[in-house]
Design a protein around this ligand. Structure first.
Ligand code: UD1
Length: 421
């Protein structure tokens, strides 16, 4: 597995362009299974997870072609069973279940894997499909969903931890070809859900309310091919903003949507990070900022996202005082803490709350990347730390950040990818 060697202590400077959103493109790729006609997706980030999803669709019988940041998918004829090994490896692949069920009347997938950040059940996905009339069987690590016909229903999709993003995506897709009307209550409101609804609508689906807690889908007999440009990756944008603030650099982040990261911008402002906010770009003036502390609790959209929690924690190690970060979406999402401690951070954990004593000088050390966003937090920490930080197992990073080493280099960071021989 590749690793990253980071030479720390340099401020990031310059401009960077955000790629298409990983969490938007994955369900959109799955949605192409709903039609026999070809679809074209533009601004698809070139990421491991996106290639993986392409491989899964191919294993279901679709033709998938990548060309730069476009991917064309033609699911002319498909089968209901894909490559289990691929599906098991990527959590995002669970969203093929809804479209396959809807199109084929039967779907079987291996229970999904992904980042090790808690138990990550799929009970709500299954609850939604059951409400549309599907029967569910779970056996030896596989889940099999069947329905002779799907019929619209009203479904409350809120769980113990709030709404589910991919669960909402799955049910929306299953409902597009169901008979009658489906109403999803307590639906996820994330921008990726809005983007999926936009693509499904371009395919001929009848969806209203996406982006609000109540989404209504009126089933249609068939969907057709469509083209779509994926929204920018809000977590990538936030990661660069936090990296700029942490290294006290001045960075303009382009081709992004500030309205998608309002909660993050608000917290950075509260921490005295100087910024100029425009619609589609964000200028972070870290050189003018002395970072203060913030208390943050992760929440579903439009609250502070769990996917930007680890990165903020790194920033708070540099703040003047004590910050408190509470994780409310995933119970085991503090894997970055032990690695940040190795670099000299002062963080203690009480249940789902981390208490960060800022103002510590970090110094480089070998660390291990555990999940995607934890890896991003370590990259930022490595940029801040004195000396060299070797980040092992950057496999996770490559799942979710397009060319992160090149983009950081472009901003003046000293980042070298070491290939395993
Ligand atoms: C998506 C994102 C992930 C992000 C997460 C929360 C993708 C590919 N991944 O993951 O990056 O961190 O949203 O914003 O889009 N839950 C249940 N039962 C279920 C489903 C979820 O209890 O059936 C729980 C989860 O364990 C978690 C919470 O609900 O505690 C939210 O999870 P969910 O929104 O489903 O996350 P994902 O959609 O898997």
């Amino acid at each position: 597995m590749d690793s990253l060697m980071i030479e720390g202590g340099r401020s990031l400077q310059g401009e960077v362009e955000v790629s298409g959103a990983k969490n938007a493109v994955l369900p959109i790729m799955a949605a192409t299974l709903l039609t026999e006609e070809p679809c074209l997706i533009r601004r698809a980030p070139q990421l491991r997870d996106v290639r993986f999803m392409g491989g899964i669709l191919e294993s279901l019988g679709a033709k998938v072609e990548f060309s730069g940041d476009s991917v064309s998918i033609h699911a002319g004829k498909i089968r209901g069973r894909g490559n289990y090994d691929l599906i098991r490896k990527m959590r995002g692949s669970v969203c093929i279940l809804g479209p396959i069920l809807s199109r084929m009347g039967e779907a079987e997938v291996a229970l999904p894997g992904g980042c090790v950040i808690g138990t990550r059940p799929i009970d709500l996905h299954l609850k939604g499909m059951q409400a549309l009339g599907a029967s569910i069987q779970i056996q030896e690590g596989y889940v099999r969903v069947r329905a002779d016909r799907l019929v619209g229903n009203q479904v409350f999709l809120g769980g113990r931890m709030g709404p589910t993003v991919l669960g909402t995506a799955n049910l929306m897709m299953a409902a597009t070809l169901a008979e009658g009307e489906t109403i999803i209550d307590s639906a996820a409101c994330e921008p990726e859900i809005v983007d999926l609804a936009k693509f499904l609508t371009a395919m001929g689906a009848d969806i209203t309310g996406a982006g609000s807690p109540t989404v209504t889908i009126r089933g249609v007999p068939a969907l057709h091919g469509a083209e779509h440009e994926v929204i920018p990756d809000r977590i990538e944008a936030a990661t660069f903003a936090i990296a700029a603030a942490a290294t006290r650099g001045d960075v303009r982040i382009n081709r992004m949507k500030c309205e998608h990261i309002r909660a993050i911008i608000d917290k950075l402002r509260e921490a005295n990070v100087q910024m100029s906010v425009e619609d589609d770009s964000l200028l972070v003036r870290g050189s003018e900022s002395v970072c203060g502390t913030v208390d943050v609790t992760t929440q579903p959209f439009a609250g502070y996202p769990t996917d930007a929690q680890a990165q903020l924690m790194t920033l708070m190690t540099q703040a003047d005082g004590i910050s408190v970060i509470t994780e409310r979406i995933f119970e085991a999402r503090f894997m970055h803490v032990s690695e940040l401690l190795r670099l000299g951070a002062d963080i203690s954990i009480e249940g789902t709350t981390a208490i960060i004593k800022g103002g510590q000088t970090l110094s480089g050390a070998p660390v291990m990347a555990s999940d995607l966003r934890a890896s991003a937090a370590l990259v930022i920490a490595g940029m801040v730390a004195e000396g060299q930080t070797l980040i092992n197992r950057i496999y996770h990073l490559d799942r979710g950040y397009e060319k992160i080493d090149e983009k950081l280099e472009q901003l003046g960071g000293r980042v070298t990818r070491l290939h395993e021989t």
